[in-house]
Design a protein around this ligand. Structure first.
Ligand SMILES: *[C@@H]1O[C@H](CO)[C@@H](O)[C@H](O)[C@H]1NC(C)=O
Ligand SMILES: *[C@@H]1O[C@H](CO)[C@@H](O)[C@H](O)[C@H]1NC(C)=O
Ligand SMILES: *[C@@H]1O[C@H](CO)[C@@H](O)[C@H](O)[C@H]1NC(C)=O
Ligand SMILES: *[C@@H]1O[C@H](CO)[C@@H](O)[C@H](O)[C@H]1NC(C)=O
Length: 421
């Protein structure tokens, strides 16, 4: 492609973009609300907390609890007929294990609240009486701060899920259990011992599962912190994916090219994608259909463009490269720097694999039959590797990879409180 054609194409795209914005500028302003604004507007009890990791990242945690004086979701968890709650009953409910949630690659807490209110996982679980904490992994817009580096510096972006597992997960889990819950226990004059019984339930989506599996394998966080670990469409062992896009990315290695070109932060074009998906939904339906979910997946395409304003929310190119390496190697392993640097990093020219056999928690896997990134073969294979986990269950749903986030159905929502007893 000549230089001149390239320029013309860029100008053409730019003009098309301006036209889209002009035509569609009067969007629903609520589409642009961040997690905090939407949660508060809907009336939920919301708090933002910040915690610093050992390597200097400042991680934002979004805490959501039920609305005051609201009806709770009816579920078998409630053995009394109390449906209207106030702060006092909320505190009662907090005797249930609080839930820590981890989002997918490139996501943020917004991936758990951009469905309609009834079907957004964060709000559904808050209404079911749980104390919800969503960890915003390093590199997303809510967690852009670092003690030393700014997001303009390439040093900031030198991370993948490996670092989220090693640093973000323990920092956040410690903060919730030892800071928030201990404080609460002291306020309520409980003894620390009583409080020590509190454990977290963990719910991850995609990369959110990868990081907890890596953290528990490497013992960077004590397994005793977690009661139940719920993995929605976990992306750890990616062997049989049939996504043509990830196929292409593996073969052509676009990602390393990005990195060599100095794009340490992965491309993020939220406004463009939002307007494009809104104006020409077919383009986005097709893109998702060849990337993550097959065309049968019950994605709510009337909402999908709204999610695009919030997704991707920022992550490193290296994070994508690491997943690409997992797909190529067909192993759940650490970042491969090449023999020489591996030796410096790992004391071995070979990349160390995560020892999934170290995991001894209760694991519940929710898998989607319409998922083309982590198809069922991979889910069964993962289960085989979890040899020391307690009662690993796999439950199948008519979902794809993304429809767990922005789907039309809510079968899996109702299922989750049943397994968190
Ligand atoms: C709910 O009630 C508590 C205690 O009265 C109050 O502190 C809190 O701000 C209320 N939350 C909302 C969202 O109104
Ligand atoms: C809850 O209400 C139902 C129907 O009104 C009643 O049958 C049941 O006994 C009640 N349960 C409790 C624990 O009060
Ligand atoms: C590096 O690996 C060698 C051989 O496996 C081992 O003997 C040595 O103790 C390791 N060094 C460190 C610092 O772990
Ligand atoms: C695991 O399953 C066995 C048999 O179904 C049951 O006896 C045991 O209580 C279960 N353990 C846990 C931790 O759920």
């Amino acid at each position: 492609m000549s230089n001149k054609t390239a320029k013309l194409q860029i100008i053409g795209l730019f003009i098309a973009y301006i036209i889209l914005i002009v035509i569609y500028k009067d969007g629903d302003m609520s589409d642009f609300e961040d997690f905090q604004t939407r949660s508060i507007k809907l009336g939920y009890n919301f708090e933002e907390h910040f915690v610093e990791t050992e390597d200097g990242f400042i991680i934002s945690i979004h805490r959501v609890r039920a609305k005051n004086n609201s009806e709770l979701e009816t579920s078998q968890n409630f053995n009394n007929n109390e449906t209207s709650i106030n702060m006092e009953t909320l505190q009662q409910l907090q005797k249930k294990n609080p839930i820590l949630m981890g989002h997918g690659l490139g996501g943020s807490s917004d991936t758990f609240n951009r469905n309609v209110e009834e079907k957004s996982l964060a709000y559904f679980l808050a209404r079911s009486g749980y104390d919800i904490f969503i960890m915003n992994s390093r590199g997303n817009k809510y967690s852009y701060q670092h003690k030393i580096y700014s997001i303009e510096q390439s040093e900031y972006w030198d991370f993948s899920f490996q670092d989220m597992a090693k640093y973000d997960v323990p920092a956040v889990a410690n903060y919730i259990l030892n800071k928030i819950y201990n404080q609460q226990a002291q306020n309520q004059q409980q003894t620390i011992e009583q409080n020590e019984q509190i454990k977290l339930n963990y719910i991850g989506h995609s990369q959110g599962c990868t990081i907890i599996l890596a953290a528990l394998s490497d013992k960077s966080v004590p397994s005793s912190y977690f009661e139940n670990v719920v993995l929605m469409t976990p992306a750890a062992l990616i062997l049989h994916g049939t996504s043509p896009v990830s196929d292409f990315i593996q073969k052509v290695d676009v990602l390393s090219f990005f990195q060599q070109a100095g794009l340490h932060k992965f491309l993020q074009m939220n406004a463009f994608n939002y307007y494009l998906c809104r104006a020409i939904p077919y383009i986005c339906e097709f893109s998702v259909g060849i990337t993550t979910d097959n065309f049968e997946s019950p994605i709510n395409h009337d909402l999908f463009y709204k999610l695009m304003y919030h997704y991707p929310a920022g992550t490193s190119t290296k994070a994508y490269i690491h997943f690409n390496q997992l797909m190529k190697s067909k192993k759940f392993q650490k970042f491969d720097y090449g023999a020489e640097k591996n030796f410096a990093m790992y004391n071995s020219t070979q990349v160390p694999e995560y020892a999934l056999s170290n995991i001894n928690n209760k694991i519940h896997i929710l898998a989607g039959t319409q998922d083309i990134i982590t198809p069922l073969e991979d889910i069964y294979y993962l289960k085989e590797q979890l040899v020391n986990a307690q009662n690993v269950t796999i439950t199948l749903f008519n979902e794809g990879h993304c429809s767990f986030i922005i789907g039309k159905e809510n079968e899996f929502l109702n299922f989750i409180p049943q397994i968190l007893v």
